[in-house]
Ligand binder design. Structure first.
Ligand code: ADP
Ligand code: ZN
Ligand code: MG
Length: 476
């Protein structure tokens, strides 16, 4: 009777900040995983005594941007704390984090779950250092490239009731962080890691039960599988008359199951205290105002739906990243025609990109918005047919840059000379007596054939609308 139980979930997401350098030293912040081991290290991030931390401006700035993107309150004063524990990937023996006074607190991220717009509350966001990486290869090796590189930890309230809500939030969070350039948030590169806290309760209950913290989730699909599996595991425990234990479990995606990782986190004494080598981070009103985020991908998506009347899938695709969305908006500004702008991007341009080896993303798109706007304008003014407009865009995609030059070069300009088109139509009628008779006997399908013959005879330059009208009047 699993339908009588509901999931209650809260997420703790760690995101790698996209700064040039690490959080407190000038070592490179290695955002790719491919660098040689232990090349981005110095006295500070190796934990040698005497080396002092200096907070990176970029980390603070991107932290503020990310916090504002999530509509959080940025705290004018935040404080760094030392969290002490021993582990070989942590050379200093402590992590620098923000426990009591985080940089951002409250408020929310909105996301579409299917077609429904929902809001999930953010409890807090703080800045903290990452640890190094252990490599187990017979003996254990350590790579400190990542040690002391900057992370944001984003903690939500327990607002999630289904796997789809979790995935919708994470996808939106990823888009949002990319949009403000605070992180590439790429899970495969370990730039985004998410722990899911899960409990269950009987539908209708309002209290919270013991939760399990699931770790080691390496992809969105693994998160989905882990949630489903944990839901059923907890239901089985409760139905057997037991109580779910509050614990941390590690997800093993290959085996499709989780196993206990360590006992309650609270059991460990991290001996938190304010980091003595750093002053509090103080941010002025002006500093925060200068990093305001006015426009989020979700807001663009809603605008494309409500103001432009686009289909839900189109609105989603066109707001998926900043390059695509900016391009679309520039095109709309030039054409005043959101629907045609949408269709030229999502059908014509995207299929060219898919087929291309070298220009696969909007950032590499060689067709300027101005050129595409000119093409749409020419179609709207009947100067080229919509079929031929695709040929023009294909040429633009291969590096030509002047739509009108392409049209003249290839002879694609549409012929709107009604006298000339009428001559062609009369010839076609004269040459196809059988089909004409057929049409007059009520077979309307033949009409399309006759228009096609006219188009062919005009070398595809005749205006098909004009041919339609001429044929209609001659045949009635
Ligand atoms: P702690 O201080 O013990 O780490 P937090 O209050 O920071 O606990 O919560 C950690 C995460 O667990 C948050 O994302 C929160 O929303 C989530 N959470 C808290 N209680 C529950 C619960 N009963 N079920 C599911 N998630 C929960
Ligand atoms: Zn360093
Ligand atoms: Mg916590």
């Amino acid at each position: 009777m699993q339908s009588s139980y509901e999931l209650v979930m809260g997420l703790e997401t760690h995101v790698r900040v996209k700064s040039e350098t690490k959080m407190f030293c000038s070592c490179k912040n290695a955002l790719e995983l491919s660098d040689e081991a232990n090349v981005h290290v110095c006295d500070f991030c190796m934990g040698f005594p005497g080396a002092l931390p200096v907070l990176s401006d970029a980390v603070a700035s991107l932290g503020v941007r990310a916090g504002l993107a999530m509509k959080c309150t940025i705290n004018q004063k935040s404080v760094f704390d030392r969290k002490s524990y021993f582990y070989p990937d942590l050379p200093a023996g402590f992590q620098i984090t923000q426990l009591y006074h985080p940089i951002a607190t409250h408020w929310e991220v909105s996301a579409f779950v299917g077609t429904k717009l929902q809001t999930f509350r953010i409890a807090r966001m703080h800045l903290e250092t990452d640890a190094g990486k252990l490599i187990h290869a017979g003996k254990t090796l350590v790579d400190y490239n990542r040690a002391s590189s900057p992370l944001m930890e984003i903690v939500t309230e327990p607002d999630f009731r289904s796997r789809d809500e979790v995935l919708a939030y994470l996808e939106e969070l990823q888009k949002l962080l990319r949009f403000v350039d605070a992180s590439d948030a790429d899970m495969e590169k370990w730039q985004l890691r998410c722990d899911v806290n899960i409990s269950i309760r009987k539908t209708g209950e309002t209290h919270f039960n013991n939760r399990v913290e699931l770790k080691n989730l390496n992809s969105f699909s693994a998160i989905g599988r882990a949630i489903d599996t944990e839901f059923h595991r907890q239901i089985a425990i409760v139905q057997a008359g037991w109580v779910v234990e509050q614990e941390t479990r590690g997800w093993d995606d290959d085996r499709g199951m989780s196993a206990p990782q360590r006992s309650k986190e609270d059991a460990m004494d991290y001996r938190y205290f304010p980091e003595p080598d750093l002053t509090p981070l103080i941010l002025s009103d002006e500093y925060i105002a200068a990093r305001a985020v006015t426009d989020r991908p979700i807001e663009r998506r809603v605008r494309y739906l409500d103001e432009y009347g686009l289909l839900s899938d189109d609105a989603r695709i066109l707001s998926r990243d900043r390059e695509t969305s900016d391009y679309f908006e520039r095109l709309v500004a030039l054409t005043g025609d959101p629907k045609k702008s949408c269709s030229y991007i999502t059908t014509v341009l995207f299929s060219l990109m898919e087929a291309s080896q070298t220009h696969r993303s909007m950032a590499e798109n060689p067709v300027s918005a101005e050129a595409l706007a000119r093409v749409i304008d020419l179609v709207n003014r009947d100067e080229i047919s919509s079929t031929n407009s695709k040929v023009v865009v294909e040429r633009l995609f291969t590096g030509w840059w002047e739509p009108d030059a392409i049209i003249d070069e290839l002879g694609l300009r549409q012929n709107n000379d009604t006298e000339m088109l009428a001559d062609i139509a009369m010839k076609i009628i004269a040459n196809h007596p059988e089909q004409v008779a057929d049409y007059k006997n009520g077979n309307e399908k033949v009409f399309g054939f006759l228009v096609g013959q006219c188009m062919k005879a005009s070398k595809w330059q005749g205006n098909p609308k004009a041919f339609n009208e001429i044929l209609l009047s001659k045949l009635s």
